[in-house]
Ligand binder design. Structure first.
Ligand code: ZN
Length: 171
């Protein structure tokens, strides 16, 4: 399946340019603001943060939990936002367990360009499902990230898994 992510790709290109990124140029500010969340791979939206599927995943189901606030570090977030983000981490793990049965997870943030943050101006918390042997597979193919499942298929499965989650938590 072919994706036409033209606005998204435009923002990605701007994101890789030199200089600080303003909210108007930021993909994480842009992604949750669209009318059709599927067009930017947004899985779930909360009051203060949201969950998005990584367009360039490290493994199948690589998610990111992102605050709406355009800030570079968790020190700039209030307790409510931090709390909601961690609940989204829990829900991501539950959804990924149900969908892909990974063997483990890497969950964390790169803060600052020196630490490897691609978009340092707007923090994002990675939730990366891992399987025994997946790193070996990636190293075999070098720079190319080969992901066995189509992003659109992964997106649909995870949206449904999140919806089931929320149904169970609602009482
Ligand atoms: Zn932003």
């Amino acid at each position: 399946m072919d994706f036409v992510w033209s606005p998204w790709r435009y923002h990605y290109i701007r994101a890789n340019a030199d200089g600080d990124l303003s909210p108007a140029e930021c993909i994480f500010c842009f992604a949750h603001s669209v009318d059709d969340p599927a067009s930017t791979l947004v899985i779930a939206r909360g009051a203060l943060s949201y969950v998005i599927l990584n367009l360039y995943p490290y493994t199948s189901g690589h998610l990111m939990v992102v605050p709406y606030a355009h800030v570079p570090t968790p020190a700039a977030l209030d307790d409510d936002t931090l709390g909601e983000m961690m609940r989204f981490v829990q829900m991501s793990q539950t959804a990924l367990d149900a969908t892909f049965s990974p063997h483990g997870y890497n969950i964390g943030m790169n803060i600052g360009k020196a630490a490897g943050a691609g978009i340092a101006e707007h923090l994002h918390l990675h939730v990366v499902p891992r399987w025994v042997g997946d790193a070996n597979f990636v190293s075999v193919v070098g720079e190319t990230r080969v992901v066995p499942e189509d992003l659109a298929v992964t997106y649909e499965k995870l949206v449904q898994a999140f919806a089931r989650n929320r149904g169970e938590h609602r009482s």
